[in-house]
Design a protein around this ligand. Structure first.
Ligand code: NAD
Length: 317
C-alpha cells in the first residue's frame, strides 16, 4: 500500500517510518498539511494519512476519488476535520479511537498542579536566581473537592489520579459509569461545590460554552479550572471577564476556542495569533499549552500502531 502522509513532523517519523516498513507499506512523508492546495500530492497513493491540523472537505473527497485513493487514515480520534458524509460510498475513513487516556489525564493533573503551586512562576524566577517566595503561596489538593465533567476514558483516568491525592471527587456525565470512587451530582451542584473543575467531555451542541458567565457566577471564588478537552467548552470572553474580576485561583488550558476557528486555514506552521489567547496569557495564573495532552512516547507509539493496523486490515479485506 502506498500512503501519502500529510503534515509530517520529525516526531511522526520515529514510529511511522520503521513500523511502516515492517508492514511493507510505502509511506511517502509530506511536510505540508493536507489542504485544497496540496491534495494533488495524493495522486498515485492508495491512502492518505492525516492529523487534526489537516482537513478534507467535499471538493477534496471528490478529487481523492478521481485519483483512486481508497482510504483516509486518521492518526487521531476526532474526525470533525473530514467531511464524513461526502466520503460515504467513495472513500473509507479509519481512525484511532483510543490511544492513551492516561497521557491526557496526567497532563490535566500536571496543568492543575502547576497553576495550583505556581511552579511556572517559580521557574521564571529561579532562572534569574531570584529565590523569593512572595506571591508563590499555593493550595493543597489533599481533601479538596474536585469536579470532573465527563467520565469517559480520560475522565475516569483523572478520577483514579485524584483518588491518589485523597481529593473528594464529584462528577457529572449524562451516561454515568460504574465503579468509580466519585460521587455523581448535578452540574449545578458540581459548579457550586467544586474547588477545582476539570473538563473531560466532548464538544457537542450541548457542551459548547458550558463554562460561561452564568455557570461561572455560581462557582466558588478562587476556583481552579483545567481544560484539556476542547476550547469551545469555555466562552473565552466570559472567562477573561471573570479573570479580570479575580474569580479564578488559576486556569490551565491545553486547548482554546480559537483553535477551532482556524480549522480551515493551513495549520502546518506552529504559530497561531489570536487576541483572546494573548489576553488570557497576560494573567500570571493562567497557563496555556499547545494542545499537547496526548503527546507522550507511549501515546504516539499507540497512534502509529493503530493507524498502520487499520491500513493493514483494509489491505487484507
Ligand atoms: P470518551 O468518549 O471516552 O468520554 C467522553 C465522556 O463525556 C463520555 O462518558 C460521555 O458520556 C461524556 N459526555 C457527553 N456529553 C456530555 C455532557 N453534556 N456533559 C458531561 N459529559 C458528557 O472520550 P475521552 O477519550 O475521555 O476524551 C474526552 C475528550 O478529551 C475528547 O472529547 C477530546 O475533546 C479530548 N481530548 C483531548 C486531547 C488532548 O491532547 N488535549 C487528546 C484526546 C482527547
Amino acid at each position: 500500500m502506498k500512503i501519502a502522509f500529510y503534515g509530517t513532523k520529525p516526531y511522526d517519523k520515529i514510529w511511522f517510518e520503521p513500523m511502516g516498513k515492517e508492514y511493507g507499506f510505502d509511506v511517502h512523508f509530506i511536510e505540508a498539511a493536507c489542504s485544497r492546495e496540496t491534495i494533488f500530492m495524493a495522486k498515485g497513493h492508495d491512502a492518505i494519512c492525516i492529523f487534526v491540523n489537516d482537513y478534507v472537505d467535499e471538493e477534496m473527497i471528490n478529487a481523492l476519488y478521481e485519483m483512486k485513493v481508497k482510504a483516509i487514515l486518521l492518526r487521531s480520534a476526532g474526525f470533525n476535520n473530514v467531511d464524513v458524509k461526502a466520503a460515504e460510498d467513495k472513500i473509507v475513513i479509519l481512525r484511532v479511537p483510543s490511544y492513551s487516556p492516561e497521557a491526557v489525564a496526567e497532563f490535566a493533573m500536571a496543568l492543575l498542579l502547576t497553576v495550583n503551586r505556581l511552579t511556572h512562576k517559580a521557574y521564571n524566577r529561579t532562572r534569574e536566581f531570584n529565590m523569593s517566595l512572595n506571591g508563590l503561596m499555593g493550595t493543597d489538593l489533599y481533601e479538596k473537592t474536585v469536579g470532573v465533567i465527563g467520565t469517559g476514558k480520560i475522565g475516569q483516568a483523572m478520577i483514579r489520579i485524584l483518588n491518589g491525592f485523597q481529593a473528594h471527587v464529584l462528577c457529572y456525565d449524562p451516561y454515568p459509569a460504574e465503579g468509580l470512587e466519585a460521587e455523581y451530582v448535578s452540574l449545578e451542584k458540581l459548579f457550586k461545590s467544586a474547588d477545582i473543575i476539570s473538563l473531560h467531555c466532548p464538544l457537542t451542541s450541548d457542551t459548547r460554552h458550558l463554562i460561561n458567565k452564568d455557570t461561572i457566577a455560581i462557582m466558588k471564588k478562587g476556583v481552579y479550572l483545567v481544560n484539556t478537552s476542547r476550547g469551545s467548552l469555555i466562552n473565552t470572553e466570559d472567562l477573561i471577564d471573570a479573570m479580570l474580576e479575580g474569580k479564578f485561583g488559576g486556569v490551565g488550558l491545553d486547548v482554546y476556542e480559537e483553535e477551532e476557528g482556524v480549522f480551515y486555514e493551513d495549520r502546518s506552521g506552529d504559530i497561531i495569533t489570536d487576541d483572546n489567547l494573548a489576553r488570557l496569557m497576560t494573567f500570571p495564573n493562567v497557563l496555556v499549552t499547545s494542545h499537547m495532552g496526548f503527546f507522550t512516547k507511549e501515546a504516539m507509539q499507540a497512534i502509529a500502531k493503530t493507524t498502520l493496523e487499520n491500513a493493514y486490515a483494509l489491505e487484507n479485506g
